[in-house]
Write a protein that binds this ligand. Sequence first.
Ligand code: TMP
Ligand code: MG
Length: 218
Amino acid sequence: MTATSRGAFIVIEGLDRSGKSTQAAILQSRLQGPEQSTTKAVLIKFPDRTTTIGKMIDAYLRSQSEFDDHAIHLLFSANRWELASTIYAHLAAGTTVIADRYAFSGIAFSARKGLSYDWCRAPDIGLPAPDLTLFLNVEPGVARTRGGYGEERYETEDVQRSVRVVFERIGEEMKTDGQGQWVEIDASREKDLVARNIWRVVEPLSRGVASSLRKLWE
Ligand code: TMP
Ligand code: MG
């Protein structure tokens, strides 16, 4: 890291069971390197189920409570806003931040229910913008065969198929509107190969970023 650089903000997105959490952990340990004494990379997961808002989201996902579709959408967004200052602080300290899901999941999972795409995007406008978003692309049929699928709300093949359609729209828009890089990764491949393909894209950012951080969709 040079005197003027900051940490990179890297988001990992994808369907449920696309391998996001596994790959985020591999990436973090790779960025962290052998020197464990200084923190070079932190991993943040959305939803962050540990906060007060996160606990409400967790109960909803486990079907222990119900919310109006708009209300739960806003809670997911609020859960990102409550972590925004933490993200800024890490980046300013030169630490790379990896987010396991972000605003793109927020849009994809709510717009598929029929909520307006623009309405879904609005509450996340102004959040820290990622320098790079890795979209782990996997066929919903492949994801379904992976362990743990089907335990939570949204973990059905039908839902995932419609979520994927919205993700495709988001990816197209991100590629054309200069909102940082959106890179698709074939997540149906073997774990180590996926990790290598991810590292190839992340490596140039691993020593810090010189440009100032942007705000999402502003
Ligand atoms: P997880 O499986 O990564 O813990 O995410 C929980 C579920 O919440 C997953 O099905 C995606 C969904 N989700 C939303 O509906 N809106 C959001 O803003 C986020 C971050 C996740
Ligand atoms: Mg899940």
